[in-house]
Ligand binder design. Structure first.
Ligand code: SF4
Length: 132
């Protein structure tokens, strides 16, 4: 089953073709295709996106020294904002409907400090959410 962790339930909506390497990007595109027809299982920790990430080692994010802890904190915040929890299943459409309600809180807390902000800003949906 397709699995997504907390922060990916939000950030994936704004993918604009960039990523760590070609394999990671190809997998993201594949995940985005699959979400249209498959249910998503929400997980705690590494998911179907992390699976192809060069920084995943022993099921932990090794992007930098404190990355795994920081990412888990983002996951927890995302789940709280979305009122979801690990173990639940959700459709992409239901998830899409939740994003407008929580986006500005998410944006104010995380986006300005995020390495991928330049990429998300290319997304029409991201721009639309910012204007709301
Ligand atoms: S800028 Fe970063 S935190 Fe904000 S939605 Fe994009 S990937 Fe997520």
């Amino acid at each position: 089953m397709l699995t997504l962790r907390g922060h990916h339930l939000i950030c994936l909506h704004f993918f604009s073709g960039e990523g760590y390497d070609a394999q990671f990007i190809e997998n993201l595109r594949d995940v985005l295709k699959r979400v249209e027809s498959e249910e998503i299982e929400i997980v705690s920790g590494d998911d179907g996106i992390c699976a192809e990430c060069i920084y995943l080692k022993d099921r932990k994010c090794m992007h930098d020294e404190n990355a795994d802890e920081g990412i888990r904190e983002m996951d927890n915040t995302a789940l709280k904002l979305l009122n979801l929890r690990a173990g639940q299943k959700i459709t992409w459409q239901d998830l899409k409907n939740l994003i407008p309600n929580i986006f500005l809180q998410w944006h104010d807390r995380y986006c300005n400090e995020c390495d991928w902000k330049h990429a998300c800003e290319k997304s029409d949906l991201y721009q639309e959410m910012k204007r709301r």
